[in-house]
Design a protein around this ligand. Structure first.
Ligand code: NAP
Ligand code: ZN
Length: 352
């Protein structure tokens, strides 16, 4: 069986290090991709360190679901792509393509969805799927997305998770033009949320714990910045937001953000801290407020998002790192010390 170079965690506490992994020979419907860049999502860190009780980690764990690369082989039945095409792969690499969710282009909710890493490998190549911290990957052509030619590839990679995760709930909410939209947390997801809200014509407000991010938030397209520890500022904006996207990766008091919503306003959670968040019933009742969640997006919507980014020249702001700096990058991610996404240059792995 073909092998690929990869970086893997071997336990919740071990540093990620080099590992050779099996990759299947492409089937008729598969494409083989030489990975050029892979974004570093906070989900990679949660999973590598086994922080999600609902999704226990199987080791070794090869994270990475913000993949961009070049097709090197295609199966005989492949129609969407050809050798040489630049494509992206996000959090999904398989679904049954026959259930009501798949029929509705919501593959992320397919009961048989295969996620890009730590998901049972239906091809039997390995116990679980291995992600994009790797030199190559083989996926069903349906899950490989066309990348607009005008975009810079290191900044495209994060669109495959951070991009679609923020684009999808905002699009679903409705026309954001002129609405007051909050983005809680200015990290990888949050900075994409700001770019999309701005592009959709919203009055965009960043709600951050980090006073030092204020100028950068305005430069990204925010109209205002609230520092959440400033009680007076939080009170001044109470009952004023139409929609808030909460991207926070750690335990936090969601009630203080619900208090910012106006009547019938919606707060959508996309951040995924493991610990349940206590919600005050009265905080929702008074104002008929809505608390919702959202998970990435389907394949068609992910393509729509990439095309939107191509039209509007939107990419992620990235710090490019070699794979050998991945453990340092995780430490910095935990300190909110990245503007705003690490993107791994996979040439560094191939040279190892
Ligand atoms: P990230 O880059 O680390 O950003 C998270 C941001 O949250 C930080 O930059 C920080 O922003 C804020 N924050 C951190 N700790 C906080 C605390 N204790 N209280 C308040 N704010 C805090 O992470 P990411 O890659 O954007 O991912 C964010 C979360 O989304 C993760 O839990 C990840 O697993 C999840 N996720 C979900 C989906 C989905 O489909 N729903 C997809 C991808 C990722 P400030 O410095 O501005 O406060
Ligand atoms: Zn992600």
């Amino acid at each position: 069986m073909p092998t690929a170079k990869a970086y893997a965690a071997s336990s919740p506490t071990s540093a990620l290090s080099h590992l050779s992994i099996p990759r299947r020979d492409p089937t008729d419907r598969d494409v083989e991709i030489d990975i050029l860049y892979c974004g570093v999502c906070h989900s990679d860190l949660h999973q590598a360190r086994n922080e999600w009780s609902a999704m226990p980690t199987v080791y070794p764990c090869v994270p990475g679901h913000e993949i961009v690369g070049r097709i090197t082989q295609v199966g005989s039945a492949v129609k969407k792509h050809k050798v040489g095409d630049i494509v992206g792969v996000g959090c999904l690499v398989g679904s049954d393509q026959s259930c009501p969710q798949c029929a509705a282009n919501l593959e992320q909710f397919c009961p048989h969805a295969t996620f890009t890493y730590n998901s049972p490998d239906k091809h039997g190549t390995a116990p679980v799927t291995y992600g994009g911290y790797s030199s190559s990957i083989v996926v069903d052509e349906h899950f490989a997305l066309a990348v607009p030619a005008n975009l810079s590839l290191p900044g495209v990679a994060p669109l495959l998770c951070a991009g679609i995760t923020t684009y999808s709930p905002m699009r679903r909410w409705g026309d954001l033009k002129g609405k007051k939209i909050g983005v809680v947390g200015l990290g990888g997801l949050g900075h994409m949320g700001v770019k999309f809200a701005h592009a959709f014509g919203a009055h965009t407000v960043v709600i951050s714990t980090s006073p030092k991010k204020k100028d950068a938030a305005l430069a990204l397209g925010a109209d205002e910045v609230i520092i959440s520890s400033d009680a007076n500022e939080m009170q001044r904006h109470a009952f004023s937001f139409d929609f808030i996207l909460d991207t926070v990766s750690a335990d936090h008091d969601i009630n203080s953000y619900l208090n910012l919503l106006k009547i019938d306003g919606t707060l959508t959670l996309v951040g995924a801290p493991d610990k349940p968040l206590p919600v005050s019933a009265f905080g929702l009742l008074f104002g008929r407020k809505r608390l919702a969640g959202s998970l990435i997006g389907g394949i068609a919507e992910t393509q729509e998002m990439l095309d939107f980014c191509g039209t509007h020249g939107i990419t992620s702001d990235v710090e490019i790192i070699p794979i050998q700096k991945i453990n340092e990058a995780y430490d910095r991610l935990l300190k909110s010390d990245v503007k705003y996404r690490f993107s791994i240059d996979m040439a560094s792995l191939k040279a190892e």
